[in-house]
Design a protein around this ligand. Sequence first.
Ligand code: NAI
Ligand code: MG
Length: 350
Amino acid sequence: MKKVVVLPGDDAAPEAMEPAVAVLRALELDIDFVQFPPGEQWIKGETVSRVRAAIDASDSTLFDATSGKTQGIGYLRWGKGTYANVRPVRWQPGYRSPLKQPEGIDFVIVRENLEDLYLGVEAPLSALAPAHLMSHSTGKPLDTADERAQIAVKVISEKNTRRAARFACELAMRRKATGGKGKVTCSSKYNMLRHTDGLFRRVVEETVAGYPELKYEQYIVDDFARRIVQTPHDLDVVVLPNLYGDILSDAAAGLIGGLGLAPSGCFGDDYAYFEAVHGSAPDIRGMGIINPTATLMSAEMMLSYLGFSSAAERLRGAIAQVYAEGKTLTPDQGGRASSKEFCSAVIDRL
Ligand code: NAI
Ligand code: MG
């Protein structure tokens, strides 16, 4: 029996999670779901400690998205050390892609999940005065006189880069074994940020060099943004620092048809949790039309992680069938079905 914590999140997110969990229950697996209420219904303080205890006692967590009311995501990332955020981007028939030829788009973004600017260290610029730093761009000492100016700290460490890169290589090897391209693509702004993004690039390059079966390529991130749009079919496994990975994975979701179709999993050495790429979609809150596909496919990744491979396969097949038929899709995919109707259609095809 596996134990899975369910955090439905805020705004429209619970409207995706509730019918998605009904789909998971329909699979009749040996999973005990420990379900928390939507963020709006939380009892302040009390739930935060309960959620941490539940996460600690669980095999995995299925998380939707928060606007800040649901706590726990910080614990799931930093508390559990989930350093590799894996975000598959795969088109399938029925997805409303804006591209003329979306067939064959099938790549995975591996985003470093714990550092970069997302450590959330910000301060007034004047805090740097005692350090007497030089600006590489102006060639002069950093001017710290502006009292209102703020800084954000970007940390790139060898340790976190290397383990994200290793994860990406192992994933590329597994994909290669089932017909994948066997390629790792790295991108960052290594031309400008020579010490931070430069370290990221060097460590990824070194790591991939340990896998002679894999091809390697690297691009400066602005050019890479263009490549994602223009030549997405060339990609296999892409490894990115946290911020670029966050931004470019939403762009990549747009390629195949939107955020409703973008799942993810966050993997550490001893724990993994799964969440849709999208946020809490406050603009469609209460309408019952949020697309649950991203949540369902995140759940599918979770089932594989927990060892329920054939159930994951069944779920994947049922979702693919609903899209191929195209009769019960949510409005973001050009249909008129509600989130619940979509999930019922998936259950019917399991
Ligand atoms: P968002 O991803 O919530 O929404 C962007 C747009 O995509 C909206 O028009 C929304 O309706 C649409 N959308 C998103 N998911 C959809 C789905 N499954 N089906 C159909 N349409 C969908 O991003 P936004 O608006 O920038 O952020 C809203 C809130 O979410 C903010 O408070 C933000 O901080 C939070 N957020 C939380 C994340 C998390 O918990 N992991 C990740 C990203 C944002
Ligand atoms: Mg994001």
